[in-house]
Design a protein around this ligand. Structure first.
Ligand SMILES: [Mg+2]
Length: 373
């Protein structure tokens, strides 16, 4: 391979890795607060209109009998995403056609990108909870739905849409895809449970559906200027990515499934539930969404040649380990930063801050997703 091909391969890596994690909401555009209708208000309003004479005062408890008689689906929607209104209209039409009484529409906000909305949808016994937005919205909703047996309908409105892509959903025809979810079947997929120790000593338990990462990938997302991103879109990640290619590597310890932990000098470590990035790049070729295993990619290139090696691996879609890139697989992975350091962390494209330890564990078949049919 000549030098020109190498350069192209390196550029492909930067674009591929960076764009993979950019499905988070564009917070700049989330500033306007969207008033959402509470599920109880909606339900009460509907009951009043449907049952003449049965007055339900504001804030009154909805009776169990009334609860049981209604069949609803919920739509948790990021309202700033392009196509959000069309999705809502389509869901209302199709839900009625398929015998549902109502669509509970819950819009996400900057302060709450999906958690309370998912809890509301569960409390209202929605039969399907549609998550319409980017990977960030989908992750927040899945965090609450996992383990409940309530299926999630993924409506990809983001730019990354990595979960949808890895499930072979048609992200280019969102409305066509969404319509087919009403007659779809339910598929069990794995999620990753992450117990994370933050740099300030606090602990969090989170879920990831796609890829969680520490180091260069998280820093790329964190350092990308919002203004630049608004103008240049995903190309902006390339600029931030280039800054992360050089500099000092961090010493970390990684242990898989109780085997003796290994010490590595890394630039990035990624915990993958799926392996396909945008543009059909198979970054983690062995990652399968329902095999009960999580995949780990350790990036530790020391310099330009190392990055070229990583780039070549990415472009060719091979999972052969070498000194710059290493692939591991297991059910439970313990990761910690050595030398008293900390490292930036992202979950499915959302940067959560600096961390010192992660224990990642696969939760097999914990999430039901609707597959269009
Ligand atoms: Mg797997």
């Amino acid at each position: 391979m000549d030098i020109a091909a190498f350069v192209i391969a390196l550029a492909a890596l930067v674009v591929a890795v960076a764009t993979a994690y950019m499905a988070r909401n564009n917070r700049k555009h989330l500033e306007r607060y969207i008033q959402r209708t509470s599920p109880l208000e909606r339900k009460v309003g509907k009951l009043v209109s449907e049952r003449e004479g049965s007055r339900v005062s504001d804030g009154a408890e909805v009776s169990e009998a009334a609860e049981d008689s209604e069949r609803i689906v919920a739509l948790i929607l990021n309202p700033v995403k392009e196509g959000a209104k069309k999705v809502e209209q389509l869901l209302r039409t199709k839900a009625a056609k398929h015998g549902y009484d109502d669509v509970l529409v819950l819009e996400t906000t900057e302060d709450d990108p999906g958690k309370q909305m998912a809890l509301d949808a569960l409390a209202d016994h929605a039969e399907i909870v549609f998550a319409a937005g980017g990977d960030g919205t989908v992750r927040m909703v899945a965090e609450e739905l996992a383990g409940t047996g309530v299926p999630m309908g993924v409506v990809p409105l983001g730019t990354g849409n990595l979960l949808a892509r890895n499930l072979d959903f048609n992200v280019d025809d969102v409305l066509g895809h969404t319509e087919k979810l009403f007659t779809g079947w339910h598929r069990k997929v794995d999620t990753m449970m992450l117990t994370i120790k933050m740099a300030d000593g606090s602990e969090q338990t989170r879920r990831s559906l796609v890829i969680a990462g520490v180091g260069a990938d998280a820093m790329m997302i964190r350092d990308t200027k919002d203004e630049l991103k608004a103008i240049a879109g995903w190309l902006a990640y390339g600029e931030a990515g280039l800054k992360q290619l050089v500099g000092k590597r961090q010493r970390v310890r990684i242990g898989v499934d109780g085997q003796p932990a290994q010490v590595r000098k890394i630039r990035s470590v990624m915990f993958a539930n799926v392996g396909q990035l945008q543009a059909g790049v198979h970054f983690v070729p062995d990652a399968i969404i329902d095999d009960g295993l999580l995949d780990v990619v350790v990036l530790s290139p020391s310099g330009g040649l190392g990055w070229l090696s990583v780039a070549r691996q990415t472009v060719t879609g091979r999972s052969r380990s070498n000194e710059a890139i290493e692939f591991l697989q297991g059910k439970r992975v313990k990761f910690s930063v050595l030398d008293g350091g900390d490292i930036a962390c992202q979950l499915d494209g959302d940067v959560i801050g600096d961390i010192t330890e992660i224990t990642a564990q696969v939760d097999p078949g914990s999430l039901l997703v609707v597959v269009p049919h």
